[in-house]
Design a protein around this ligand. Sequence first.
Ligand SMILES: N[C@@H](CCC(=O)N[C@@H](CSS)C(=O)NCC(=O)O)C(=O)O
Length: 390
Amino acid sequence: MELIDVCGGEVFITGQVGPDGDFAAATKDVASLVYLCKPQEGCLPDQAWESSSHKERVDLPLGPGLFEVRSALSAVDRINKMAKPILFMCKSANRAGAMASVFQGCRNGWSSEQTLEWAKPLGLKFLTMPPMVEWVSACVDSRFPKGGLIFRQLFEKESSTFTYILGDAETKQAVIIDPVDKTAERDSQMVTEMGLKPTLLLNTHVHADHITGTGKLKGLLPGGAKSGVSEASGGQADVKIHDGDKIRFGSRYLEARATPGHTAGCMTFVLDDKSACFTGDTLLVRGCGRTDFQGGSSETLYASVKGKIFTLPNDCTVYPGHDYQGRHSSTVGEEKAYNPRLTKPVEEFVSIMSNLNLPYPKQIDKAVPANMVCGICDEVEGGDKAEASV
Ligand SMILES: N[C@@H](CCC(=O)N[C@@H](CSS)C(=O)NCC(=O)O)C(=O)O
């Protein structure tokens, strides 16, 4: 009979007692048992339990449809008070792994994603059973429900850039996506008046048409907000973002998805519940970012959009980095149906992109070097020089 240690000798899980009935020997150091089988399953013979006295036991007959989330949470409270080490036991170790995960997630204040991430390297078998994964997620998320979201879309008119503020309504922790230097004072005042505490000032990429506001905002905001840009951009920042990173603010988070193509280091940030994505210049409303400088590649952009954005739910709102025609947002479903570039086969898309004939952005020569250091740049009188210094 094998006990699997899932928490440094404090929490164990196991399946059915072996035919040798070696329960007493295997569990001699266990102080409490959480038994998850129905009586008729007969996984724990009475004599086995009786031979292992001095132990506390709680019976939670757990099976699909048997156990409401509410009951699981009161069980967690009860288990929390039991002496450690605790053994979670059932016939196959599936329910034991699931309930142990709920216990761990709840007592550590983890989200469902964090709980499942914890369970993965342990190879817990319930992870291959979608109803059990859903049950674990529902239990953990209802213990610590996601806070409300505070959201603002702001506009900088010279470069037609959108800046986004996202905050957790309870904790007030916040992130700002793609602020612009020219509107840094406005943004700083706004988050201060809203009582928000931005911890991370994110860039979807190294911009070519304006200087990022992340450097300036770091100086304006109290509380040590950090700048962020993707590692792949080659830019300097306090926080380097990678594909798959979770950017947390309070109980909410953004998932970073690498979406290269407009530039080599472009990122799209997807809200935790997939209701919104912030695509920078990768995907614009009925358009997309140009691909003719900064490591741009039309084929790569096409693959990024199809693989990392068009795989989101159709009702996911697309918040772009720019719009030049007075539009503010779109949805994944709309762009999949009506984007005049990305509805085309890849060869036609590449040809469209090669024939855009757009003039270079007016500020490119000063914006790119400044943005490689997140906008911390020397300013001479008149604010026109933008040689980067760290
Ligand atoms: N006129 C503007 C630059 C306009 C431009 O090139 N926009 C970029 C995004 S900012 S680098 C773009 O990708 N546009 C795609 C499109 O189809 O318009 C300026 O001079 O700054």
